[in-house]
Each structure stands twice: as structure tokens, then as C-alpha cells.
Ligand binder design. Structure first.
Ligand code: UDP
Length: 238
């Protein structure tokens, strides 16, 4: 399906894009910029599910590397994703976009739990649903959460907005001659261990035939360009 004819997408943003130019945490001005991009995409009539990572605040692996219990550290990471979801909700609502946050770790005072049929209803009503806390289990990432929600919400594609403008055959920050793929198969991504998303997320997309569109969210207007089929991106598919 061409990107321009998609009806429903899951947009995954890495936590680090919420930092803006900071080294850590949330830059509210930058979150507002991102929210504007999402609003513009929404105004084309697209139904949008959002998943935001937590790497700008806490990653379980980093905690474990410093001696913490891995599962405990992962729960902290999940809580970080809820903070990011609330920051994005706040920015979108300031722009007049209706949203609901659904968390895979239940916290009734703060947001809804993940209920698929309720999420469907929100989308029908024109709201953006922000899915927080990944899959709700340690040893996973928000990439896996994004793949899972994209599958259960029947999304036409998983758009991964990150700091890089696609998938390369080697790290473009280390190798000036690195080549970007326009399209690449799930099989090659997994076999060559290309840095797109973690393997479980890629495998879930492959098994459910969900294309993964990797693009840079740091460039202004890029989300709209990608959605209209004109942007620079890599599409991972069969
Ligand atoms: N996490 C987890 N289970 C999940 C989703 C996230 O344990 O289903 C934890 C994990 O520790 C991860 C952290 O939350 O490192 C933040 O998520 P992620 O690393 O995916 O964020 P991103 O890299 O996208 O900013």
C-alpha cells in the first residue's frame, strides 16, 4: 500500500527525540514541535496511534549495566515512557488535538489501561491514542510495544521516527560511505542485524506483514513528506 493511501498508522518516536538539544529529559519546546508535526499528519484524515520510548529518561539495560536488577530497571524504563506519553498528550491538547493515553502498566489516576476496543472507539472519534509502557513486561522495548499495538490495532504501517533518515548497511555516524536502503526485507534486517528495531519487533511486523517505515523526525515537516510519499525513508517489508 503506498504511504499516501494509508488510513491508520502507528507512529513510534524514540524517547531521545523528546530531548531536543539537551542531553537528558524532556524539552517542552521540542515536544511542542513534534506535536505540531503529528497534528499536521492528523489533519490529513489519518488515524494515529502513538508509542513513545523512554530512552531520554531511563533505559533498563543501562540500569542493569550499573548493577541494578534488570527487571526492576525495566519497570523504571516503562514508567519513563508514561512520563513521555503525558508530556506529548499535554502538547497535543494545547494544540487542540484530542488524545487518550493508555498504559500497559495500570495507573488509574493518570491514564486509561490498554483496552483495544476502547482504543478503537477513540480513533473513530478522531482522537490520537498514545500507548505507554510498551508491552507492560520487562525484557522488552517500546519497539516491541509499537509492533504489538500496530498489529492489534490493524495499522497499515509502523512509522519509526528517529534521529537517522533510514536504514543503512553500516553505521552512518562511523562510516561516511554507509549506504541507505530505500527498501529492505525483514529477512535481511534480521540476518544482517541491521539497526532498525530489536529483532522481536521486526519479527512481529514480518509475521503480521506490517511495513516499517524508518525516517528522521528531527527534520521539520518530514513526517508529512514521508506520509505523502515524498520523504527520505527506508521501508522494511517482504
Ligand atoms: N521497557 C520494558 N518493556 C517494554 C517497554 C519498555 O521493559 O515493553 C523499558 C526498557 O527498560 C527500556 C525502557 O523501558 O529500555 C525505555 O524504552 P526504550 O528503550 O524502548 O525507549 P527508546 O529507545 O525508544 O527511547
Amino acid at each position: 500500500m503506498p504511504l499516501s493511501t494509508m488510513k491508520r498508522v502507528l507512529l513510534k518516536l524514540s524517547g531521545e527525540v523528546l530531548m531536543g538539544d539537551q542531553q537528558f529529559g524532556i524539552d517542552p519546546a521540542f515536544v511542542m514541535e513534534l506535536a505540531r508535526e503529528v497534528k499536521t499528519a492528523k489533519e490529513t484524515g489519518l488515524e494515529i496511534c502513538l508509542v513513545i520510548g523512554g530512552g531520554n529518561i531511563f533505559r533498563g539495560m543501562a540500569g542493569a549495566a550499573q548493577g541494578m536488577d534488570r527487571a526492576q530497571a525495566d519497570y523504571m524504563g516503562m514508567l519513563a515512557t508514561v512520563m513521555n506519553a503525558l508530556a506529548m498528550q499535554s502538547a497535543l491538547e494545547q494544540l487542540g488535538v484530542q488524545t487518550r493515553v493508555q498504559s500497559a502498566v495500570q495507573m488509574d489516576q493518570v491514564c486509561e489501561p490498554v483496552i483495544r476496543r476502547r482504543a478503537e472507539r477513540h480513533l473513530e472519534k478522531g482522537r490520537i491514542v498514545i500507548f505507554a509502557a510498551g508491552v507492560g513486561a520487562p525484557y522488552f522495548t517500546t519497539d516491541s510495544g509499537a509492533a504489538l499495538r500496530a498489529a492489534e490495532m490493524n495499522c497499515d504501517a509502523l512509522l519509526k521516527g528517529t534521529s537517522v533518515d533510514g536504514v543503512y548497511d553500516s553505521d552512518p555516524k562511523k562510516n561516511a560511505g554507509a549506504k541507505r536502503f530505500d527498501t529492505v526485507s525483514y529477512g535481511k534486517v534480521l540476518a544482517d542485524d541491521l539497526k532498525v528495531m530489536d529483532a522481536s519487533a521486526v519479527a512481529l511486523c514480518r509475521d503480521n506483514n506490517i511495513p516499517i517505515v524508518v525516517f528522521s523526525i528531527r527534520e521539520k515537516g518530514n513526517l508529512a513528506r514521508v506520509l505523502s510519499g515524498q520523504g527520505v525513508q527506508t521501508i522494511v517489508r517482504n
